[in-house]
Design a protein around this ligand. Structure first.
Ligand code: ADP
Ligand code: MG
Length: 264
């Protein structure tokens, strides 16, 4: 890594810049040289077979995993690192939490706090990070619940909600820190088919409002509709990427064609 490369990562006008990222679990290489640029306001959909490294890539962007090689910057900030002259130092835990608070993450299994009401699930992070006082956080939480169509569920507990409703709460919770970007890891794959649409509708609304989104999904129809760019990953590498009309309808690589023939 040269200083020029670092500087270009830091001054990037990109929302996310992934530079030559490699990640191993033991001897198993899961990411094998990923380069990816996401522009502000862009909707990027990542597709690929199970085990191809999609979740790991999102987790690296959010600093839930550290790559052995390579760098990530989000809105021009190096993830997990700071630069001192020509040296790189690891960020403190606290600085990492601050950095992570600028990146929303929506998980396949919602990961709501079971002992908190819906309202408190959404209000928790702005209070915990000291961004808002309790009253202001609850007011924001009410607005966000309204936005995802769940204003009437504020006092319910997660277990009283359907999977689709829980995932909409999880999206409201991700929005509560006003992140510059939201990462979704298969947000509808744990849902019964009849509940998928309500979650996709909320994501569609975010995409239209210009939020930068990176979405891992097997919903190819949805990808075709909302993606500015589709990225196909296999074996820890980006095999091809481009507008949906190219990658989904005229894939250049056999592996992409093979994958699409299985999911479509
Ligand atoms: P995808 O999301 O595309 O299905 P993942 O990124 O979850 O793929 O996983 C990629 C590979 O890394 C898989 O072979 C998986 O078994 C392995 N893997 C993921 N997380 C871990 C971990 N914490 N420890 C060891 N291996 C892991
Ligand atoms: Mg995954």
């Amino acid at each position: 890594m040269t200083i020029e490369t670092l500087e270009s990562l830091e001054t990037a006008s990109a929302a996310v810049e992934v530079h030559d990222v490699h990640k191993w679990y033991g001897t198993h290489r899961v990411l094998n040289g990923i380069d990816l640029t996401v522009r502000p306001g862009e909707v990027t959909v990542i597709i690929g077979p199970s085990g191809s490294g999609k979740s790991t890539l999102l987790r690296v962007v959010n600093h839930l995993e550290k790559p052995e090689i390579g760098y990530v910057s989000v809105n021009g900030e190096l993830i997990g690192l700071r630069r001192q002259g020509d040296r790189l130092k690891e960020l403190s835990e606290r600085a990492i939490l601050t950095q992570r608070s600028r990146i929303g993450f929506v998980f396949q299994n919602f990961n709501l706090f079971p002992h908190l009401t819906v309202l408190d699930n959404v209000a928790a992070a702005p209070v915990a990070t000291g961004k808002l006082g309790k009253a202001a956080a609850q007011e924001l939480a009410r607005e966000l619940l309204e936005r995802v169509g769940l204003a009437d569920k504020a006092t319910a507990y997660p277990r009283q909600l359907s999977g689709g409703q829980q995932q909409r709460v999880a999206i409201a919770r991700a929005l509560a820190l006003r992140p510059g970007i939201i990462l979704f890891d298969e947000p509808t794959s744990a849902l019964d088919p009849e509940l998928v649409g309500e979650v996709l509708a909320v994501i569609r609304d975010l995409a239209r409002s210009g939020t930068t989104l990176v979405i891992v999904t097997h919903e190819i129809g949805f990808a075709r509709e909302i993606a500015d760019r589709v990225v196909f990953i296999d074996g820890g590498k980006i095999v091809e990427q481009g507008p949906p009309a190219e990658v989904l309808d005229k894939p250049q690589h056999e592996r992409t064609r093979d994958f699409l023939s299985k999911v479509l």
